[in-house]
Design a protein around this ligand. Sequence first.
Ligand code: FMN
Length: 130
Amino acid sequence: MLRQYVYISTADGIGPAEIALILEACQRNNAARGITGLLLYNGRNFLQLLEGDVEDLSWVMRKIEADPRHGGVSIIEDISIATRACPDWLMRHIRIADQVSERRATLDAELPAEIEPNLRRIILNFAALN
Ligand SMILES: Cc1cc2nc3c(=O)[nH]c(=O)nc-3n(C[C@H](O)[C@H](O)[C@H](O)COP(=O)(O)O)c2cc1C
């Protein structure tokens, strides 16, 4: 059964090199586990959407929660889904625009249309924070 998790976490000063390492692990593991999703970082917090089978999501969440690069992992959405919102993204890092005023519009254009409207609002609000 497919589920979709969204969590937020706290991490100061994560640079592009660290993000690249995280994405490398995603390419390796998420492909093998059938996990897809997206990752946002606003300079202080991550927001990650993960979708896949429950067993696979539990497996990856254990790794993610134990990762010392961030803390305070808190799941804000855990829902059953019929189809994936991000079927083609093993883990897509969506860059948040530098200008706060531009963040909603640029992100709105990049988020998949299949994301449920309420969740879309949550993600857009997250991106507007700094
Ligand atoms: C914000 C964040 C998101 C992450 N997302 C994933 C993920 O989707 N898949 C994954 O395998 N690892 C992810 N990681 C990395 C894991 O915590 C862990 O370092 C990695 O899975 C180890 O992979 P390895 O055992 O193949 O070396 C993430 C780490 C952070 C900090």
